[in-house]
Design a protein around this ligand. Structure first.
Ligand code: DAH
Length: 333
């Protein structure tokens, strides 16, 4: 029997040398130390051995069994890449990856779009590099209006500027679509302003336009009141003060009741009102430029800053925070 066991030892070595994956190891476990495995079979034959033979063969069998078992663990560790004798608890929860989220300005934009969608407004878009015609002329800016100055606009070449507001999207949309229409447009605008707590050379605006027969100032007021109440999540009143924009007549500055305080805070400069949008009735000259019949149709337009809306909603004290991308600031929202 001793000879047989020596042969078996050689076979074990050979088998384990050629095993290349954990499935093969399982087969070897069954083959040698399984219930009906080769080593187990020899243990059963032990009873038939003489008293003298028994201890020696017993020892040999034990060492073969140990050999198989240690080869099994060694190879299994190797195949699973775990060579440090680590015990892996596969039921442990994995490492949590930090989840990304929308930038605060994107959150504002998404919320605004959501609100206007419920009011059946479509979303319109226009280019950020704009012709002087769409940025100024079509919007009824007189040729020497100060907004056209080099100080205010970033000029790309003769005839092109980085758009200074989203109002050109009004003109582009009216050229493409017949009335009635209800649109908003949101996007980046650029002005050559010095950087400070409330000015950035790049900022974002929302523009709104509604054109139909019999649209009047109270429609404008109604839509804005719903919008601001939804946006600030509280009943908000609106005040329209006379103002001037070349593309609206009459024009107004739109203020809302301060969403933060009841009796005066630094944000509303203790007045209880916060100026947010420009607005007005579309000037008939703008209608003429897009070949709309200004006798038949009227419309209102409004526009304002996305960052300013966000600053008021979340009581933020400096517009620059939005674009410095300090994760400690952004994570708060
Ligand atoms: N475009 C104006 C600005 O940049 C904002 C504005 C005012 C838009 C009145 C309008 C409007 O549509 O009717 O300050």
């Amino acid at each position: 029997m001793e000879n047989e066991l020596n042969l078996l030892a050689a076979e074990i070595d050979k088998d384990f040398e050629t095993a290349t994956e954990s499935k093969a190891l399982e087969n070897l476990r069954i083959k040698y130390v399984g219930k009906k495995g080769a080593i187990s079979a020899y243990y059963e034959k032990m009873g038939k051995l003489s008293k003298e033979e028994r201890p020696k063969i017993g020892q040999l069998l034990n060492s073969l069994k140990n050999k198989v078992e240690s080869l099994l663990t060694e190879k299994l560790e190797k195949f699973s890449g775990n060579t440090n004798n680590e015990i892996i608890d596969f039921s442990m929860p994995g490492y949590k990856l930090p989840a990304g989220k929308y930038h605060l300005i994107s959150q504002t934009i998404r919320r605004i779009k959501e609100i206007f969608r419920t009011l059946n407004f479509d979303i319109a878009e226009g280019p950020e590099i704009e012709t002087e015609y769409y940025n100024f002329e079509a919007l009824n800016f007189p040729p020497h209006h100060p907004a056209r100055d080099m100080q205010d606009s970033f000029h790309i070449d003769k005839g092109h500027v980085l758009r200074t507001h989203t109002s050109p999207v009004q003109v582009r949309t009216m050229e493409k679509c017949k009335p009635p229409l209800k649109i908003i447009s949101i996007g980046k605008c650029y002005r050559n302003d010095p950087l400070d707590a409330s000015h950035l050379p790049m900022f974002q605006q929302i523009e709104g336009l509604m054109v139909d027969e019999d649209i009047n100032f109270s429609d404008l007021k109604g839509v804005l009141k719903i919008f601001f109440s939804e946006f600030f999540q509280k009943k908000t009143n609106i005040r329209l003060n006379p103002s001037f924009f070349p593309f609206t007549e009459p024009s107004a500055e739109v203020s809302v009741t301060c969403p933060i305080c009841q009796s005066g805070c630094p944000l509303c400069k203790k007045s209880g009102w916060i100026e947010l949008f420009g607005a007005g009735m579309v000037d008939p000259n703008v209608f003429r430029n897009v070949k709309y019949d200004s006798e038949k149709y009227t419309g209102f337009a409004f526009g304002g800053g996305i960052e300013r809306l966000t600053i008021i909603k979340h009581s933020i004290n400096d517009i620059r925070h939005f674009y410095e991308n300090d994760i400690r600031f952004l994570n708060q929202f």
